[in-house]
Design a protein around this ligand. Sequence first.
Ligand SMILES: [Zn+2]
Length: 454
Amino acid sequence: MMESSARPRRLWLRDPLAILADGAGGGLVVEGSRIAEVVAAGARPARPVDATFDASRHVVIPGLVNTHHHFFQTLTRAHPAAINKPLFPWLMALYGIWPRLTPDAFRLATRLAYTELLLSGCTTAGDHHYLFPKGLENAVDIQVEEARSLGIRAVVTRGSMSLSEKDGGLPPETLVQDDDAILTDSERVLRLFHDPAPGAMVQIGLAPCSPFAVTKRLMRESAGLAERFDCRLHTHLGETLDENAYCLEAFGQRPVDYLEEVGWMTRRAWLAHGIHFNDDEVRRLGAAGVGVCHCPASNMVLASGQCRTCELEAAGSPVGLGVDGSASSDSSNLMEGVRHALMINRLTYGAEAVTHLDALRWATEGSAACLGRDDIGRIAPGREADLALFTLDELRFSGAHDPLAALVLCGAHRADRVMVAGAWRVIDGEPLGIETGRLREEHSRLARHLFGTA
Ligand SMILES: [Zn+2]
């Protein structure tokens, strides 16, 4: 029988230079969208294959999983209004210009961020979109369309802001929606796009933005909706000391007490940043299984602080990695994020406690656990065939000995090949179906036009 697509039925990725998987020195066999078997060094697959791919130049790792981003911010990278500021002044500067976002610009920003992520070896892209100015009511629809067209796995969270300055929040009136409009649209996008099944290419989560940008009612009702639709909950929490001070002043409670009061101490929830927690809060978050997405680049750029990754993991919280929005990390490169995670955690915990394998594990299995997924994040039989393949053919790797350590320590940042659900999406370092030069030109033109200062 002829295959309807170019994808062979059983493909053996043979004899990789190195691979991040147990007992897989001889590579792995992909069948359909999944990994059918791993092959021991020197062995052959248990059953015949239709095609082989010689991976002897490649270091093979599970596709990286990004658990926090704001794609639209690619349009306001390194913006003079916001650079060299901590979170609150940074946000106030950008709130002033973000209402200019248009659907066309948002579509290109989304395409660009997915492409950047994919090229960095990321196969599941999470985004937290919380900006719905007039005309951009269908932002989630745009993100789903773009993910489908690129073939990247997506976890799009329907973000929201409903507490404006006049009600004691931080965002301006122009950027908030009312709770009912948000909840109605959340339900709409869950019905349209959310697939809770294993192997899902698109999932929707609910993501009220932060304690200083939404009402408690919205937090509570979002948690109820998440139960009904079996989806994840996501928000920013514990990012800065300013946020702690805001919560104490506005609610008379610290952020974790706030989270508990609104019913979010649940395995469904994962938090962006999760930095300023005390020992008791770490214990409570861990016991509840609340996940934390560590965003090292953004935390260093905004000088927000150092996430207590090791204590959180020890307490029981899944810990994953995120690049965070491109106005604070200025890049959407998750492989660079792995390196940043290694470096900042070395500073926190010392040179022996956190290894390159820990940093890779956060970006793969850890991130998958934050998203509540056990079908991605590892190279093992039965898992989805989401893979990133890097060569060590650049000058920066010359002289490196341990190939997996070299990826992290020498600064790998562009995959040679990326496979999502058994299909190649990047070949020879180029994304299939995207002209990167044209995309960059159109995206940067709109960024200048909408947000330029000249
Ligand atoms: Zn963020």
